[in-house]
Design a protein around this ligand. Structure first.
Ligand code: NAD
Length: 328
C-alpha cells in the first residue's frame, strides 16, 4: 500500500503559491489535506482548483488567532506544514505586522497543533533570514547579516523568530520539527499580480508594459521551480533530521538583467526594461549551499528556461480565466 494514503496533512498557507502546489502533490498521492488560510496573499481560485479532490478540506482562519486555531486542535494530523505568512517585498510596508504575527503567534499556535497531534512539523523560513549576505554560497551555519529595525525586518526577523521558536519547541516540547530556508521559487499558481520578479516580468511583458529592474540589475538570485521545491519539502519532512535547518534553492546564480533576457528568449515575449532606484534596501545576492539537502537525495531537476515557459502558459491561463469571470 502506498504509505502516503495514511497521511493526514495540515498546510497552513495552503491557498498560496507553494501551498497549493504542495497540496496537489499530496492529494494526488492519496493523502488527506486540510488547507488553512486567511487569503491575505493567497487566492480563492487556488482553493477552487483543489476542491475537486474528495480528501481536500479548506478552513478559512488566521493562524495568529489562537481562538480560531482551536478548530485545528480538535483534528488529528500526521504532518503540519507551516507556510502561512504574507509574502512579496512591496507587502512588507503594507502587511509587516501581519508578517510578524504569522511567524510568531501563528507559529506558536501551529506548534501546539503539532504537539497535540504528535505530528511532524515543518516551518517554511526563507533565504531572507540571511539578510544581505557577506558569504557566497550561504550554508545553513551562516548566521546572516540582518538589520533588526531595517525596512525588510518584519519579514526577515519574523522568520528568524519563527525558526528560534520552532527549534525551541523541538527541544523543550519534543515536537518533531524541521526548518527549511527557501530561496527564490517560481512556477504555476503564482498570481498575475504577484510582485515577485518572475511573475512580475512575465505579467508586464504579456501586458506590453515596461519591466522595472531595480538598480543596475547586477544583483544575483538563484531560481527554483516549485515542483523542485515541493520535492524538497517532502524530502526534508520524511528524511530530514529533527530540528535541523535545510536550504532549498536553485544551484545557479543569475543577475536580474540576465533573467530578463532569459525570460524574453524562453517565451518569445518582447519588451523593454526600465531601470529604477529600488523602493527598499535590496540584497546584492543570494545563493544557497544545498549540500545538506542533497545528502538526503534531493536534486534540482527543472531547467530555468523550461520552467519559465511553463509559468508563462500558466499565467496566460490565469489572465484568461480572470477575463472570462469579469465579462460573465
Ligand atoms: P504566498 O503569499 O503565495 O502564500 C502564503 C499564504 O499564507 C497565502 O495564501 C496567505 O494568504 C497565507 N497567510 C498569510 N498569513 C496568514 C495567516 N495569518 N493565517 C493564515 N494564512 C495566512 O507565498 P508562497 O510563495 O506560497 O510562500 C509560502 C511560504 O514559503 C511563506 O511562508 C514564505 O515566506 C516562504 N518562502 C517562499 C519563497 C518563494 O520564493 N515562494 C521564498 C522564501 C520563503
Amino acid at each position: 500500500m502506498n504509505k502516503t494514503k495514511e497521511l493526514k496533512c495540515l498546510i497552513a498557507g495552503g491557498a498560496g503559491f507553494v501551498g497549493t502546489n504542495l497540496a496537489r502533490r499530496l492529494l494526488e498521492q492519496g493523502a488527506s489535506v486540510d488547507c488553512a488560510d486567511n487569503f491575505s496573499t493567497g487566492r480563492k481560485s487556488n482553493v477552487a482548483d483543489l476542491a475537486r479532490y474528495p480528501k481536500f478540506r479548506f478552513l478559512k482562519l488566521d493562524i495568529a488567532d489562537a481562538a480560531s486555531c482551536n478548530r485545528l486542535l480538535r483534528r488529528r494530523y500526521s504532518h503540519v506544514y507551516n507556510l502561512a505568512c504574507p509574502t512579496g517585498v512591496p507587502n512588507i510596508a503594507l502587511l509587516g505586522e501581519e508578517m510578524l504575527m504569522a511567524s510568531s503567534l501563528g507559529s506558536l499556535n501551529l506548534l501546539k497543533v503539532a504537539r497535540r497531534s504528535k505530528a511532524k512539523y515543518l516551518f517554511a523560513s526563507t533565504a531572507e533570514a540571511y539578510g544581505d549576505p557577506e558569504i557566497f554560497p550561504q550554508p545553513e551555519s551562516y548566521v546572516g547579516k540582518v538589520d533588526p529595525v531595517g525596512p525588510r525586518s518584519p519579514y526577515e526577523e519574523g522568520k528568524r523568530f519563527g525558526e528560534a521558536l520552532t527549534r525551541f519547541w523541538g527541544r523543550k516540547h519534543n515536537v518533531d520539527v524541521r526548518i527549511v530556508r527557501i530561496f527564490n521559487t517560481y512556477g504555476p499558481a503564482m498570481s498575475p499580480d504577484d510582485q515577485r520578479v518572475v511573475p512580475q516580468m512575465l505579467s508586464r511583458l504579456i501586458a506590453g508594459k515596461p519591466v522595472p529592474i531595480y538598480g543596475d540589475g547586477s544583483q544575483t538570485r538563484t531560481f527554483l521551480h516549485v515542483d523542485d521545491l515541493v520535492r524538497g519539502l517532502l524530502t526534508v519532512m520524511e528524511k530530514g533530521e529533527g530540528a535541523e535547518v535545510y536550504n532549498i534553492g536553485g544551484a545557479t546564480q543569475i543577475t536580474i538583467r540576465e533573467l530578463f533576457e532569459l525570460v524574453k528568449t524562453a517565451t518569445g515575449l518582447l519588451g523593454k526594461a526600465v531601470f529604477e532606484k529600488h523602493f527598499i534596501a535590496d540584497h546584492r545576492g543570494r545563493w544557497p549551499d544545498t549540500t545538506k539537502i542533497q545528502a538526503l537525495g534531493w536534486r534540482q531537476q527543472v531547467a530555468l528556461a523550461d520552467g519559465i515557459r511553463q509559468s508563462h502558459r500558466d499565467l496566460l491561463a490565469s489572465i484568461e480565466a480572470r477575463r472570462v469571470t469579469k465579462t460573465a
